[in-house]
Design a protein around this ligand. Structure first.
Ligand SMILES: Nc1ncnc2c1ncn2[C@@H]1O[C@H](COP(=O)(O)OP(=O)(O)O)[C@@H](O)[C@H]1O
Ligand SMILES: [Mg+2]
Length: 124
């Protein structure tokens, strides 16, 4: 379960998030919608560790994760995509998939991960 408690965010003088409280249950799909500039990306950035909230708590399964680096948030189970795709363009498609599975840049992929990458690249 992911919980947000009184999340606030300011950029300088400008306050964009003003006390967000949310409880997201495991196994359910949620949609965050709103017009351009309605703070959606800012909230996603805070949940995924790309931005620190000015105030407030992000809790994943009871563990406070606000202010963790993005890679730590990711290893705890929160993945994200970007509006503008961020692929490692100097790597092959296969290597990009392995990177997403491994969550590490420099590692020898296990047989299991290679098999999973093959399944993703060449679905039956
Ligand atoms: N790094 C930043 N510095 C200053 N203002 C920002 C920054 N990022 C976002 N904002 C402002 O925060 C508001 C929400 O932006 P954003 O979260 O990107 O909206 P959305 O994703 O809903 O379109 C906008 O007014 C935007 O200009
Ligand atoms: Mg956005």
């Amino acid at each position: 379960m992911l919980e947000l408690k009184d999340i606030q965010k300011s950029f300088g003088e400008v306050q964009v998030l003003n006390g967000i409280n949310l409880r997201l249950e495991k196994g359910l799909v949620y949609t965050l919608k709103g017009g351009n500039g309605s703070d959606k990306t800012t909230l996603i950035n805070i949940i995924s560790g790309f931005l620190e909230p000015t105030k407030g708590i992000v809790e994943l399964k009871g563990k406070k994760i606000a202010r963790f680096a993005p890679y730590r948030v990711n290893r705890l189970g929160i993945g994200r995509t970007f509006q503008d795709l961020r692929l490692a363009t100097q790597m092959t498609v296969y290597e990009n998939i392995l990177l997403a599975l491994e969550k590490k840049l420099f590692a020898n992929p296990s047989k299991e991960q290679q098999k999973r990458a093959d399944e993703i690249l060449y679905p039956k």
